[in-house]
Design a binder for this molecule. Sequence first.
Ligand SMILES: [Ca+2]
Length: 197
Amino acid sequence: MKIKSAILFAGLSALVALSPLSAKADLIVNGGFETGDFTGWNLQHEAFPFAVGSAPEFPVHSGEFAAQIAGFSFDPNVMTQVIAGTVAGLTYTLTFWFEQSNALPNGLVVTWNGTPLVSESNSVHAYQQYSFNVLANGSDTLKFTAYNNPSFAYLDDVSLNIAAVPEPSTWIMMILGFAGLGYLAHRRRGTVQFRTA
Ligand SMILES: [Ca+2]
């Protein structure tokens, strides 16, 4: 019974140690534009003005609002967010939903710390999900560049979460947790033997 308690304690300790890395905490500020504005984003307006609109008149992927990030010009609009709170060296999953309405020419370029993730042109589609694994450096820049002439491009539900696959540091913590479990079980047995001697 005592050994079982020790094992349970060690197991719970390992879970607590793992929780900061396994927790799903979205690191994008206002990724769904549910503030009704561009809070958290930096805008470089080159063409048709940026706008946040609400459903049902405005094409929204989820929630009440989405962002119109390009329209009625070949000149691109540029939208960035500098993400604080990532851990350098860890892999994160970036996802977003993007729509190019029925007009040509259009284009979308998405970069992560300057590295291209998406480079598409003249692709007309309703909201589609894009998903990438990206390597964090602790202060990361996500950049969307989009144009559409003579219609609009929309963005919604941008999110960044720690990747589902455990990282090496996670495995190290798990191994430490199991080592602690074994140590506690061993110590408990030793105590029992001492008392019965
Ligand atoms: Ca939304």
